[in-house]
Design a protein around this ligand. Structure first.
Ligand code: PLP
Length: 428
């Protein structure tokens, strides 16, 4: 179990704020994000990656948690933005993000999204497949600047993570196969396209990884490809994008990845490879999402029904569930939590935390040790900063929770709670 701060009232403290007071002030369920912790992670990216390696660049995978305020925090932190849809581009532009610092991903970008990104001047397109090239061809040459492209490859490595967040395996829906003929045909086509500039290659092996072996294996394959296409097509890759996927702590068995353990061996390999061939060093991008904001978030709920089935289990039901946290039902994700108003109490009871949706599978946590739990208690679930707000739905017409930012004892509302009017606003 993680360590957490408790004040003299026995309340959980997060970002310097009494979480019970936050629950009273903003009501529940509520996402609380510690801005200080996000800044600390951004600073670590600068000190272990951007500063030691002048050819290093980092972009934040905004699908993890995108608000206009988060876009500004990330930009101030010296990172660009990875975007995966017209919606993410729209929000990033609304936040004032420089489009040339955006990297556009996706395995099925629509013609409208490609036009929107090209017109806005998005800095890099990560092309996923041959069909996307057809669409891109229609846009190319229209703007003043060429469209800069990296090709996403499927490195064919298995990452040790849940199947649904593994993306680098050979049968993945993402990326271009490395089968020589197909690969060379696509690369050649991009090289010959007017108004398009091929910069290099991209991989992303998976998410929530604790070990660097999948990244290193994928990098070996990528560098092999760099050699081969220089030989066969005369193309010199000037940019390599190594994706994200650095893991965080959710529950026992996890650990927060040390970024240095991932980037140092990769940079060493890349820089040595380019030196040995007397080629100028390429720009190297990483794209962390979860690692930047996952541990910076908690969700506060109010306990409602406490149902004891004698000799079997106790269900503690909260005022949210799979609409604000679909990860347990998607990936069997594990979490830790504490009663925020009884954070110092000994945890003598084992309970299951149930959501309020009409699904038996809507269970947030199994076998959670807690203090003496009663209706009206506040439950704080940890590590909910990434892929929660951004994945939230309105299933059962629940209202999506607000986002409150905290920092050294100060709090402010960043995203308001949804209203019933919002729920029907689109209905004609
Ligand atoms: C999701 C994703 C990321 C970020 O993954 P994290 O596990 O959140 O770091 C980076 N790059 C690509 C292409 C992705 O799809």
């Amino acid at each position: 179990m993680r360590e957490y701060e408790v004040n003299e009232k026995g309340h959980l403290v997060f970002g310097g704020c009494d979480t019970v007071r936050l629950a009273e002030k903003y009501a529940t369920p509520v996402y609380v994000m510690d801005e200080g912790l996000i800044r600390k992670r951004l600073e670590e990216i600068r000190t272990v990656f951007l500063q030691p390696y002048p050819n290093a660049r980092a972009v934040y995978a905004s699908k993890a948690f995108q608000t206009k305020e988060m876009c500004r925090l990330v930009t101030e932190g010296g990172l660009g933005l990875d975007v995966v849809s017209g919606g993410e581009i729209y929000a990033a532009l609304a936040a004032g993000v420089d489009p040339s610092c955006m990297v556009f991903h996706g395995n099925n970008k629509t013609p409208e999204e490609i036009r929107m990104a090209a017109e806005a001047g998005v800095g890099r397109f990560i092309v996923d497949n041959a069909y996307e090239l057809e669409l891109l061809e229609k846009q190319a040459g229209r703007g003043k600047a060429p469209i800069r492209v990296l090709l996403r490859i499927t490195p064919g490595v298995d990452s040790h993570t849940h199947k649904f967040i593994s993306t680098g395996n050979i049968d993945s829906k993402f990326g271009i196969s490395l089968e020589k003929e197909e690969r060379d045909r696509i690369i050649k086509r991009v090289m010959d396209m007017e108004g398009v500039e091929l910069m290099g290659f991209h991989f992303h092996v998976g998410s929530q990884l604790h070990e660097n072996d999948s990244h290193l294996a994928a990098l070996d394959i990528l560098l092999g490809l760099v050699d081969e296409v220089k030989e066969s097509l005369g193309f010199e890759a000037r940019e390599l994008n190594l994706g994200g996927g650095f893991g965080i702590y959710y529950a026992k068995g996890d650990q927060t990845a040390r970024l240095k353990d991932f980037v140092d061996p990769m940079m060493e390999k890349i820089n040595r490879f380019y030196h040995e061939r007397s080629l100028p060093l390429p720009l190297v991008f990483i794209e962390p999402g979860r690692w930047i904001c996952g541990e910076a978030g908690i969700t506060l709920y109010t306990v409602g029904s406490v149902k004891n089935i004698p000799g079997i289990k106790t269900y503690v039901a909260v005022d949210g569930g799979m609409p604000d946290n679909p990860r347990p039902i998607l990936y069997q994700a594990k979490y830790e939590a504490v009663l925020a108003n009884k954070a110092a109490a000994p945890k003598k009871q084992i309970v299951s935390v149930a959501g309020k949706c009409c699904e038996s599978g809507d269970i947030l946590i199994e076998d959670l040790p807690v203090g003496p739990v009663e209706s009206g208690d506040i439950l704080a679930v940890f590590s909910t900063g990434a892929y929660h707000h951004s994945m939230a739905s309105n299933y059962n017409r629940l209202l999506r929770p607000p986002v409150v930012m905290v920092d050294e004892g100060k709090d402010h509302l960043s995203v308001r709670r949804e209203t019933y009017e919002d729920l029907i606003a689109r209905e004609l």
